[in-house]
Design a protein around this ligand. Structure first.
Ligand SMILES: *Cc1c(COP(=O)(O)O)cnc(C)c1O
Length: 381
């Protein structure tokens, strides 16, 4: 069938790095601060805290590690319940189990595709009535769209349950002018290879709580007590980011605004070129916030369109264009089959109809046009 050069393949969200990143990496190398820590880690933490509008930041080895450490710092213990959205990447929910806690999955709402605040409120009330301890609520800013923090912060405060914001996909987004990553007691961002900025792999924990972030740094470096020998009275982790990767991250962070603008421009171009196709709609944007449009996600209603999202996915694949279904909800995953799910109809429908289109900040307008042409070809069959 088709033979294509893999370098011609148009990826969903590849790293967008250039000369500035190369120079930062080489400069860190030449400085002698290779690993584990060094001035670029301190600098990256300061840059990130400033960018996200929080007092403190700990640079870590991944977003997943940051969520695990964050839950532990919030006091989540074995047997606790932790509420989380079902519609997310598995790395939001897995850390709950690392701590021996039990996830409770909550449906999304239509506008933000994030946690439905009314369901969170109901579930926290129900848990209180049953006497079940809830250790934390994790909220996710899906595809870069902040969840409804007007409601979620108020609800968590009223129930005295700490809120952790999984902003892994949302760096550069805002809610009422406040940066993603700054909501709740702790925020988490990710620098995985497909995220809006990358360190090839990494993450960070953000908070205004200085003691909590200092504790995060301590636990992330094997929890060494102050002593000349290796002494430990707590079980820690090896979760720190290396100085070389922090140097890469600082260079990436410097161009974050341009990367948000590029992704938002992709979204607008897709929408103006495709929105007239019957049955095809786009992820909404809550007017109280500003998404970073990490991925452009379309919704295809097969009964109105006459085709389903997988038909588009296959047609794009034939043109060497990568697209991907929206996250499959956790309550539909074999891994979480027995877990309590509160409602679920909205996340199921978003998943069934969803398809994410190539959205990388380095994608050219010509490449984007290839995607548009291929989708239009399906629609006019
Ligand atoms: C990418 C991602 C994570 C995990 O981040 P890693 O750095 O890959 O460990 C967590 N949550 C969400 C919503 C993500 O998209």
């Amino acid at each position: 069938m088709s033979t294509f050069d893999p370098t011609d393949r148009l990826w969903l969200s590849p790293p967008d790095v250039g000369q500035a990143e190369r120079e930062a990496l080489v400069a860190a190398f030449d400085s002698g601060w290779i690993a584990p820590l060094g001035p670029d880690v301190n600098g990256f933490e300061a840059d990130l805290a400033a960018r996200c509008g929080v007092g403190h930041c700990a640079a870590l080895s991944s977003g997943t590690a940051a969520i695990q450490l964050g839950l532990e710092l919030l006091g989540v213990k074995a047997g606790d319940l932790v509420l989380a959205p079902s519609l997310t990447f598995v790395a939001t929910v897995n850390p709950i189990g690392y701590l021996g806690a039990v996830p409770v999955l909550i449906d999304s709402e239509e506008l933000t595709w994030g946690l439905d605040p009314a369901l969170v409120d109901e579930e926290l009330t129900r848990c209180a009535q049953l006497g079940s301890r809830v250790g934390a609520v994790i909220s996710v800013d899906l595809l870069g769209q902040p969840a409804d923090y007007d409601a979620l912060e108020e609800i968590c405060q009223r129930h005295s349950v700490p809120l952790l914001e999984d902003a892994a996909e949302a760096l550069g987004a805002t809610w009422r002018q406040r940066p993603a990553g700054s909501f709740g007691r702790l925020g988490v961002v990710s620098f995985n290879g497909n995220k809006i900025i990358t360190t090839s792999g990494g993450g960070a924990l953000l908070s205004d709580d200085k003691r909590m972030v200092e504790r995060a740094r301590f636990l992330a470096t094997q929890a060494r007590d102050p002593a000349p020998h290796y002494q430990h009275s707590t079980r820690g982790y090896n979760f720190r980011m290396s100085n070389l990767l922090a140097a890469l991250g600082r260079a990436q962070l410097a161009s974050l605004d341009g990367k948000v603008d590029a992704r938002r421009a992709h979204f607008e171009a897709y929408r103006s070129a495709l929105a007239d196709i019957p049955g095809l709609t786009f992820m909404p944007e809550d007017p109280r916030g500003r998404s970073n449009r990490w991925l452009t996600c379309i919704q295809v209603d097969p009964s109105a369109a006459g085709f389903d999202p997988d038909t588009i996915r296959q047609a794009l694949a034939n043109e060497a264009i990568e697209s991907r279904p929206l996250w499959k909800p956790m309550h539909l995953q074999p891994l979480y089959a027995g877990v309590r799910m509160v409602s679920g109809r909205i996340s199921e429908r978003l998943f069934e109809r969803g398809l994410c289109l190539p959205s990388g900040s380095g994608m050219s307008a010509a490449d984007r046009q290839r995607v548009i042409d291929a989708v239009r070809a399906v629609a006019s069959r």
